[in-house]
Design a protein around this ligand. Structure first.
Ligand SMILES: [Fe+2]
Length: 438
């Protein structure tokens, strides 16, 4: 006991002791680190999650599995199958590649749970059912923060289990303690490419507005903005009765099976142009039956949190604060606003120093910097090959998944929930930073 308390005090962590139950203080304590004081190493139950063919068919995504055509610039089998079993054969209609070994045609494609070299897992040592005060929750946040600082550099992904919060309000207290633990972290905020913002609960973002039935492909958060966030964390208040597994993949792994022609295409066309358009809320676009939908999906007043009669300069101020420069902010005669920025599509992996895939080409909705659409065939390869390195597992209530957004992608499988068990996943972000690495 004295050892644990002594280490905490030596580290300036007296606040952590106040929030933890008496039984925790009294536990036997051999040689411990600060992380060990509140959390112990843990492991995920190994699991395999089936990927249903209709998820891909419904939304037009390329399915996992072998490439549709052989000899298309593949780098070989490096990393192939790593981390999860590949199907011996495709299920009926599952992917255009088809084929595979005979005799196992009904086996669906599955994602396995991440091994420890991909995801570090720890478990909070605490008594169940104890009501904690705001201060105690903040103390847990500070303890979690110290654990994350120690573990996150190893894999870029840390799962803290068995945390005591079961409401967005309680998580808010925990999060405050996490942010303020020295050295204090700067909180990031979500500013999407489109016109809408995220739903909040008790001032904290829900993980996504994407409908439950939609397969949310892996992505790096806010990688399309000039300023991104270094970390993103997902807290599970309530899981879905069916589905909703979180997915993750390391960016550096994505390069291993991505056909050479994809990065080459981006490089030849100067990288990526990210563009978003916003209409004037006083003159919303008129939908014409049969005509393509307008490019703008929301108003600049809504995006910037401004009143209807706001001046253009106020909107410009908003985007300048996001990291855009004045030349990237353009108005047209109808009062619509177009905001653009360019990105090479790669960042430096902090471990290897190599350029790694970091963009949203998988959405199929962006163009290169010189305005060339990215061929559908290449987009399909990006979508397909990403599954070679994707892991899936289910976050349970009390789980907090912290990711290095510059190293690890995240996504979500479709789910079903209902009024009696509504899925509730909260998202927070830290450390706003430039999206372009040197
Ligand atoms: Fe996300």
């Amino acid at each position: 006991m004295r050892v644990a308390a002594g280490l905490l005090l030596a580290a300036g962590c007296t606040d952590a002791l106040r929030g933890l139950p008496p039984a925790w203080h009294a536990r036997p304590a051999p040689m411990m680190t600060v992380m060990d004081a509140a959390f112990v190493p843990a492991a995920l139950e190994p699991s395999e999650t089936a990927l249903l063919p209709e998820w891909f068919e419904q939304w037009g995504f390329a399915s996992p599995g072998p490439p549709q055509k052989k000899g298309g610039g593949k780098k070989g089998a490096k990393g192939k199958g790593k981390g999860k079993p590949r199907p011996a054969a495709k299920a009926g209609g599952f992917g255009a590649g088809g084929g595979g070994a005979a005799g196992d045609a009904a086996k669906p494609f599955v994602c396995s749970s991440p091994p420890e070299e991909i995801l570090t897992v720890v478990r909070a040592r605490r008594e169940e059912g104890t009501e904690l005060s705001a201060e105690e929750l903040a103390n847990w946040g500070a303890a979690a923060r110290r654990t994350i600082e120690e573990l996150l550099p190893r894999t870029g992904a840390v799962l803290l289990r068995n945390l005591p919060m079961r409401s967005p309000e309680a998580f808010g207290h925990f999060w405050k303690g996490c942010l303020l633990a020295p050295p204090a972290l700067e909180e990031g905020s979500y500013l999407s490419l489109g016109g809408t913002s995220r739903t909040k609960m008790s001032g904290i973002d829900l993980a996504t507005n994407v409908p439950p039935e939609f397969l949310l492909l892996n992505h790096n958060e806010l990688c399309y903005n000039p300023r991104t966030v270094e970390r993103i964390a997902l807290y599970c208040v309530q899981d879905a009765p069916v589905g909703g597994e979180s997915t993750l993949a390391r960016n550096r792994d994505l390069m291993k099976t991505l056909p050479d022609e994809v990065p080459r295409f981006l490089a030849e066309h100067g990288g990526i142009l990210y563009a978003r358009e916003f209409y004037d809320a006083r003159r919303p676009p008129v939908l014409v039956p049969g005509a393509p939908p307008p490019a703008a999906t929301g108003s600049w007043q809504e995006k910037c949190g401004l009143p209807l009669d706001a001046e253009r300069a106020q909107a410009e101020e908003f985007f300048l604060a996001m990291g855009f420069d004045a030349s990237q902010i353009e108005w047209d005669e109808s009062g619509s606003l177009r905001v653009t920025n360019q990105h090479p599509g790669f960042v430096k992996d902090p471990e290897s120093g190599e350029d790694v895939w970091w963009n949203i080409v998988h959405t199929g909705s962006i163009k290169t910097a010189d305005g060339t659409p990215i061929p559908k065939k290449l987009v399909a390869e990006v979508q397909r090959s990403a599954w070679d390195h994707t892991y899936a597992f289910k976050l349970r209530p009390g789980d907090w998944l912290m990711l290095d957004n510059m190293r690890v992608q995240h996504g979500r499988l479709p789910f079903f929930d209902h009024e009696r068990q509504r899925r509730c996943l909260l998202t927070v972000y830290t450390t706003p930073r430039c999206a372009i690495t040197e």
